[in-house]
Design a protein around this ligand. Structure first.
Ligand code: SF4
Ligand code: SF4
Length: 436
C-alpha cells in the first residue's frame, strides 16, 4: 500500500484496542435531554416549541436563524420542560431546550420523498439544511453551506475523512466496518452535486477491516477510490488530508473548495444519507465511550442531547476512580469539568482517564522538537513566547494564525510546555478582533 503523507506529525499511542472490536450499540437515554441552540458555526437556532408542549422524535424544535445556522430536532418523544441557559461542552452557558423523555420514542411520520436520484441539486441542499446537518468531526460548520460552492464543476475531489487519527476514538471506524454500503451511498449523494469530482475514501493504514469492507462496497463505483495513508497524527486535519490526496497546500485564508476539494467526516456523510434516503433529521451520532477508568468501553449510537453523565454506566461503570473526563480524544478534545453537559452534534467521544497528567513546565531547552513535528512548519516555541508576551503583530508575522491547534508540539515537548493552548489562545483572541 502506498503511503503519501505530510511532513511532521507525531505517533501517539493509538489506544483503540479498548473499543475497535465493539459493535455500535444503540443507547436509550434515561434522564432529560438538553438541546443547546448553538451546536454549530453561525447563528443560534430559534426555538419553535414552548414549555409544556409535547414533542416527537425527529420533530423540529428550533429553526435555523439564517443561512449560516442549523435547526435542531428532538431525539426522543416527551415534553418540553424549559428553554433556558445550560452548561455545554464548551464550558459556556448556552440557551437550550430541555425535554423530559417519556421513554416512548414515538417518531414523527417520515415525509413523502422522491428517491434522491430524482432530486435537483437545490432540493438536496435544502433537505440537508432542513435535517440540521453540520460537520460532525468537530468543526460544526453547516454542511449545506459547505456543499453550496459557487462553481460545482471546479470540485475535483470529495474526500471522506475516515482517518480518525485521534487516539482512542473508534466511532468512524465502526461505521465504516458495519455500514460501508451506507457510507458509500452517502458519498454517492454528495458526488451527485459535483459532476466532475472523484470520491476519495481516505483512511489510515491501521484500519484494515474498514479498508476491506469499503473495497468491497466500492467495487462497482467508477467514481470512487480508496486512499490509504500512514497512521500518523494529525493525518485527519483538513489541510493535511488535502495535501495527502492532492499534493496541494492551502493556508488558513483559503477554503478547501479553492483547492477543488470538499472534505467531509464519516458521520456527516452518513447523516447526509439518512436525510436524503430516509428523510431523517440529525438526531443521533456514533460516540466512543472509552478510557482506562471504565469497565467496559463501548461504541454507542447516542441520541443528541443525552447527558454525558449517563454514559459511563452504559460502559459498565467505573473500574478505577476517574481523574479526568475529555469530550473527544486526548490530542484535540475538550476537558470536561463536569459530566452534566449534553452530547452535541460535534461530540465524537467521552474519554474517562484514570490519571490526570498534570505536568509542571520547565524552561525551553531549545531542542527544536516542536518545530520538527509541526505539520505547518511553524516555530511553536517562539510563537508560544509571543503569545505569552502578547506580541500580536510579531505573532501574526510569524504565521501564528496558521496554527491548526493539533497539539503535536505540546505532545513532544520535553519541557512539558503548553505550546498549543497558548498559541491557540492568542489565535482565538486575534480572530475575535477580526485580525488574521
Ligand atoms: S504550532 Fe499549531 S499546528 Fe504546529 S504543531 Fe503546534 S498546535 Fe500543531
Ligand atoms: S520542544 Fe519544548 S523544549 Fe524543545 S524547543 Fe520546543 S518548546 Fe523548547
Amino acid at each position: 500500500m502506498a503511503h503519501v503523507t505530510f511532513k511532521g506529525g507525531v505517533f501517539p499511542h493509538k489506544r483503540k484496542r479498548f473499543t475497535r472490536e465493539k459493535v455500535l450499540e444503540e443507547y436509550f437515554p434515561k434522564g432529560d435531554l438538553v438541546y443547546p441552540l448553538l451546536q454549530h458555526v453561525g447563528g443560534m437556532a430559534v426555538p419553535v416549541v414552548s414549555p409544556g408542549e409535547r414533542v416527537l422524535e425527529g420533530q423540529l424544535i428550533a429553526k435555523a436563524s439564517g443561512d449560516i445556522s442549523a435547526p435542531v430536532h428532538a431525539s426522543v418523544s416527551g415534553t418540553v420542560k424549559a428553554v433556558e441557559p445550560r452548561m455545554t461542552v464548551s464550558g459556556k452557558m448556552i440557551p437550550s431546550i430541555v425535554v423530559e423523555n417519556d421513554g416512548q420514542y414515538e417518531k414523527i411520520s417520515a415525509p413523502e420523498m422522491r428517491p434522491w436520484q430524482e432530486m435537483e441539486a437545490g432540493e438536496k441542499l435544502r433537505r440537508i439544511r432542513e435535517a440540521g446537518i453540520v460537520g460532525m468531526g468537530g468543526a460544526g460548520f453547516p454542511t449545506h453551506i459547505k456543499l453550496a460552492v459557487q462553481n460545482p464543476k471546479k470540485i475535483k475531489y470529495v474526500i471522506v475523512n475516515g482517518t480518525e487519527c485521534e487516539p482512542y476514538m473508534t466511532g468512524d471506524y465502526r461505521r465504516m466496518v458495519e455500514e460501508p454500503e451506507k457510507l458509500v451511498e452517502g458519498l454517492e449523494i454528495v458526488l451527485s452535486l459535483f459532476e466532475r469530482a472523484v470520491g476519495v475514501l481516505a483512511l489510515e493504514d491501521n484500519k484494515r477491516d474498514a479498508i476491506t469492507a469499503l473495497q468491497l462496497a466500492v467495487r462497482k463505483e467508477s467514481r470512487m477510490e480508496i486512499r490509504v495513508f500512514e497512521t500518523k497524527y494529525p493525518q485527519g486535519a483538513e489541510r493535511m488530508l488535502i495535501y495527502s490526496v492532492t499534493g496541494m497546500e492551502i493556508d488558513s485564508t483559503r477554503l478547501p473548495a479553492d483547492a477543488g476539494c470538499i472534505v467531509l467526516n464519516v458521520e456527516t456523510v452518513c447523516a447526509v444519507r439518512r436525510a436524503l434516503a430516509e428523510g431523517l433529521p440529525l438526531t443521533q451520532r456514533a460516540l466512543t465511550v472509552t478510557g482506562k477508568a471504565l469497565k467496559n468501553p463501548k461504541n454507542l449510537l447516542v441520541r443528541l442531547g443525552t447527558s454525558f453523565a449517563e454514559l459511563p454506566d452504559a460502559a459498565g461503570g467505573f473500574l478505577k476512580e476517574p481523574k479526568k473526563f475529555v469530550c473527544g480524544g486526548p490530542m484535540r478534545g475538550t476537558a470536561l469539568p463536569d459530566l452534566n453537559v449534553p452530547v452535541e452534534k460535534t461530540s465524537a467521544g467521552l474519554l474517562c482517564m484514570s490519571k490526570d497528567y498534570v505536568f509542571k513546565p520547565s524552561a525551553c531547552i531549545r531542542c527544536g522538537a516542536c518545530a520538527e513535528v509541526c505539520p505547518i512548519h511553524l516555530l511553536p516555541a517562539r510563537l508560544s513566547e509571543l503569545a505569552v508576551e502578547e506580541k500580536e503583530e510579531e505573532f501574526r508575522r510569524m504565521h501564528g494564525m496558521e496554527c491548526l491547534g493539533c497539539g503535536s508540539c505540546s505532545y513532544v515537548c520535553p519541557a512539558r510546555k503548553a505550546l498549543a493552548p497558548s498559541i491557540q489562545g492568542m489565535r482565538r483572541k486575534l480572530l475575535a478582533q477580526g485580525k488574521r
